[in-house]
Design a protein around this ligand. Structure first.
Ligand SMILES: [Ca+2]
Ligand SMILES: [Ca+2]
Length: 503
């Protein structure tokens, strides 16, 4: 496409004037995020090459048909290879000039990506100008201000030994109302699926790793030796044994960001997905207590976090956060999630809590990034025990009118789970706190999807969504509505349908 544009522009120039187009005309082909400042001394940017797996803003739904009848696991490997090959090709053609820019200090902190074919860096005025002349460069986005939570450490950076799981279906004595309402225990007892074989990545803001019901199911990257300061598996991340803080550049995930009294946000979300028994009890606390979970932090480095998740074999990627006012940079997040979906990952995000009170935002921006991403992210709202929607729960629709994505109005949220007065795990591993918010709606969905993939690992993310649509109970106003989407989902009907699903 870039070449075609060059020819067309050159042709017009030749008709209208006698001089050849100057080299400046090449710069004009590169799309620049209007939020970029052309003479800034330092800006954090992300650069796309022209050659992308999904060629344009409409490619996601078109591409799905190419994979009919195939298996998620097989396609994942193929797509990863394709994405990496594109990235290597594009980078190779530009790498001499990029090296020059690094040497003269025009760009720093270069991070090469494959989930989207491109790279991130911090560029000065000269760097931004020269990047536009690199072969194959198509777009430059301003990365929005980094979001780096800080706080005191809690707990160890890694676990010396992973306790064996105490969870047995026969041993379950009780469970909180939300686990029952989502019909997880019926799945365990009727089918025996507890999420085995699935990995749920929890992208959040604070964790404590040694909480018993979560320590039993924490993910271990077997190729990494923890705590030795060496990148043993040579994936670019030192000591990424359980997870990684991509914003902090460290394996220390213990920075708590949001705590309500004793609730640690990341743990509360993870426990709803993969928690086993509350400490010293036989009280089940997670929807998929046989699944693994991995903590990541990385809102400012979403490419790295998603690439890491994919390479560790993630099945779900749960994001209980919401970013407003990203401008054109939303496009980049969407592309990451779209291409990540073809690597077999189901991306999930709570709908947000911006429908009432001091946080109230107008529609169509009550739902924000990433829960506003169509097709590739399940945006999940919720209800309480009585089945009613709490007033804070963000509503759709949303709008996509960026330079790249022209959907216009998009129906959101996609589904509803639970979000009101949910028991959360505390730092000792007990269920003792009642909290509310769509931070919990997403993890309920991740737990359900984990059970579905445990039952049928071959399902593509878009098939998972179809099954959820088919089995969701219509609540709120009849049919799709902007408060509960396609309806209230439950694990039992979703798993039953997943087992019967014919490719
Ligand atoms: Ca490593
Ligand atoms: Ca190591």
């Amino acid at each position: 496409m870039a070449k075609l544009n060059t020819i067309l522009i050159a042709f017009v120039f030749c008709l209208s004037c006698t001089s050849q187009p100057s080299s400046e005309s090449l710069e004009n082909e590169v799309w620049l995020d209007p939020a970029l400042i052309t003479n800034a001394s330092s800006q954090s940017i992300v650069v796309w090459f022209e050659d992308q797996f999904l060629e344009n803003g409409n490619s996601f739904l078109e591409k799905i048909g190419d994979f009919d009848g195939q298996k998620r696991g097989d396609v994942r490997e193929r797509v990863i290879s394709l994405l990496k090959a594109k990235s290597e090709r594009s980078f190779k053609s530009a790498e001499n000039k990029i090296s020059e820019l690094i040497e003269n200090g025009s760009i720093i902190q270069l991070k090469k990506h494959w989930i989207v074919n491109g790279f991130s860096c911090v560029a000065d005025e000269e760097g931004l100008k020269e990047i536009q002349n690199l072969p194959g460069v198509a777009k430059v986005f301003l990365k929005q201000p980094p979001f780096s939570p800080t706080g005191p450490d809690m707990g160890p950076e890694y676990l010396e030994a992973i306790p064996s799981s105490r969870f047995e279906i026969e041993e379950v004595e009780e469970y909180p109302w939300n686990i029952e309402k989502i019909r997880a225990p019926e799945v365990w007892k009727s089918f025996g699926f507890i999420g085995e074989g699935t990995l749920n990545v929890v992208h959040d803001f604070g964790f404590k790793l040694d909480i018993p019901p979560l320590a039993e199911t924490i993910y271990v990257n077997e190729d990494e030796i923890p705590g030795n300061g060496i990148d043993d598996d040579q994936n670019g991340y030192v000591d990424d044994y359980h997870g990684f803080d991509f914003d902090g550049g460290s394996a220390n995930l213990n920075n708590p960001f949001i705590r309500r009294v004793t609730v640690i946000h990341g743990n509360a979300c993870a426990a709803m997905i993969s928690g086993t028994f509350a400490t010293n009890t036989n009280q089940a606390i997670g929807i998929a207590p046989g699944s693994k979970w991995a903590p990541v932090i990385g809102a400012s480095n979403i490419e790295q976090a998603v690439e890491w998740a994919i390479e560790q074999g993630a099945d779900t990627y749960s994001m209980s956060f919401s970013q407003p006012n990203l401008g054109e940079y939303r496009t980049h997040w969407r592309k990451v999630m779209e291409q990540g979906t073809f690597c077999g990952v189901i991306f999930i995000s709570g709908a947000g809590n911006f429908a009432a009170g001091s946080n109230e935002a107008p529609i169509p921006v009550q739902m924000r990034n990433p829960e506003d991403i169509p097709n590739a992210v399940l945006g999940v709202a919720g209800v309480g025990q009585d089945g009613n929607r709490p007033v804070f729960s963000s509503q759709g629709p949303v709008e996509w009118n960026t330079n790249y994505y022209k959907d216009g109005q998009v129906n959101k949220p996609d589904f509803a789970t639970l979000n009101f007065q949910i028991s959360c795990v505390d730092p000792e591993g007990n269920l003792s706190n009642m909290s509310s918010g769509n931070s919990f709606a997403g993890p309920h969905m991740a737990g359900i999807v984990s059970l579905m993939l445990s039952a049928n690992p071959d399902l593509f993310p878009w098939e998972v969504k179809e099954i959820l649509k088919k089995t969701a109970e219509d609540i709120g106003s009849p049919g799709f509505d902007f408060q509960s989407g396609h309806g209230f989902v439950n694990a039992y009907d979703a798993v039953t349908e997943a087992l019967n699903w014919k490719k």
